[in-house]
Design a binder for this molecule. Structure first.
Ligand code: KIV
Ligand code: ZN
Length: 387
């Protein structure tokens, strides 16, 4: 089986759905062009029927980007599909993403219908979408909570109707990694002809398992991962693009590769954060402010001696210039001497001893000790005991 994992970015659709993250068309084009530079394979540009603004954005992105597939979301409804096709008419590589809920919860409470009718609607939607574009992705919404035997029936039917990509969303973020991996494996083993299509993961993060579930999916044969920059998305968010990409890069024996230019991960994270006004938590993996910051004395001493004692990736690989040594009341002498050296002071051992006790009282009084504080401290020590 081919080991290339396609990265399907849905920052501009599932991500932009988040309250407060709304963007205008120009802002979306800026992000789409950066996603193209990043090397994503598919850009889900919006949900064209949802508003005239979203339609215009999908159309504008279709014109603006050259290499990635541009995808528009629809429900399994003819009008949605027709409008999506219209919005994608300038795309060099258009894809319609259509689908319907397949779990009993959705079938009974959302649609008040039967499993048989759901299959009929799914098949008609795919067939109708195929009249506009060759590339049709089908999503089985709430596949995470859908019985595997029925899910396989749905997938077999839409595959026969011409679906090229089969999306198995864990819409509610409910699955455990093993369970989600087994779901993908079950489909691979039980749907005749499934090798003709690409299986896709689309995992939400309600239990903090979106990334683990996506990787489990890929290890069991999914070849497309749907994800967003900074993991933004409905409720607790989607799989974070930067996380799945770096997991695959840092664990080469998994034998899963992407086309992502990882040095652009931090710059694009900042771009999305700033345009959407959606802050990134400091301890966020890969792109949080503290992802390469060290504050305890033991860790600082190790990192100063050899970076990989406490870092499993080189910050430069993800577009961060350097690791950070943050000076706090937990810092040790090694970190303080190191920082003094960086700002031009080579301390003697006696100076370091004197400055260290002064440093601790400043550090106990404030969250972080900055270079200006250090300059004041060394001035005080050198006035009292000039060399
Ligand atoms: O979470 C989900 O199921 C979705 C689908 C519309 C793909 O976002
Ligand atoms: Zn989603």
């Amino acid at each position: 089986m081919d080991n290339r994992i396609y990265i399907f970015d849905t920052t501009l659709r599932d991500g932009e759905q988040v309250p407060g993250c709304k963007l205008n068309t120009n802002q979306k084009i800026d992000i789409a062009l950066e996603l193209e530079r990043l090397g994503v394979d598919v850009i889900e540009a919006g949900f064209p029927i949802s508003s005239p603004g979203d339609f215009a954005s999908v159309e504008a992105i279709s014109k603006a980007v050259s290499y990635p597939v541009v995808c528009g979301l629809t429900r399994a409804v003819e009008k949605d599909i027709k409008v999506a096709a219209e919005s994608l008419k300038y795309a060099k590589r258009p894809r319609i993403h259509t689908g319907i809920g397949t779990s009993d919860s959705h079938i009974i409470h959302k649609f008040n219908t039967t499993r048989e009718k759901i299959i009929e609607r799914a098949v008609s939607a795919v067939k109708y979408a195929k009249t506009f574009v060759e590339d049709v992705e089908f999503y089985a919404e709430d596949a995470g909570r859908t019985d595997n035997v029925f899910l396989a029936e749905v997938i077999e039917a839409v595959l026969k109707a011409g679906a090229t990509v089969l999306n198995i969303p864990d819409t509610t973020g409910y699955c455990l990694p093993e369970e989600y991996g087994q779901k993908i494996a079950y489909l691979r083993d039980n749907v005749p002809g499934i090798e003709k299509a690409i299986l896709s993961t689309h995992c939400h993060n309600d239990l903090g398992l979106a990334t683990a579930n996506s990787i489990a999916g890929a290890l069991n044969g999914a070849r497309q991962i749907e994800c967003t920059i900074n993991g933004i998305g409905e409720r607790a968010g989607n799989t974070a693009l930067e996380e799945v990409v770096m997991i695959m890069k840092q664990h080469p024996y998994l034998n899963l590769i992407t086309g992502i230019e990882t040095k652009l991960l931090n710059p694009i994270s900042h771009l999305v954060r700033d345009k959407m006004g959606m802050p990134v938590q400091p301890n966020k993996a890969i792109v949080g402010d503290n992802a390469f910051a060290h504050s305890s004395g033991i860790h600082q001493d190790g990192v100063i001696k050899q970076r990989d004692t406490y870092e499993i990736m080189d910050p430069r690989d993800v577009g961060v210039d350097t690791s950070k040594i943050v000076l706090t009341a937990r810092s040790g002498r090694a970190a303080i001497a190191y920082r003094f050296k960086q700002i031009g002071f080579d301390l003697t051992k006696d100076e370091l001893d004197l400055v260290y006790s002064l440093f601790l009282s400043v550090a106990d009084a404030q969250k972080e000790v900055i270079n200006e504080d250090l300059e004041k401290l060394i001035a005080k020590v050198r006035v009292n005991s000039p060399v």
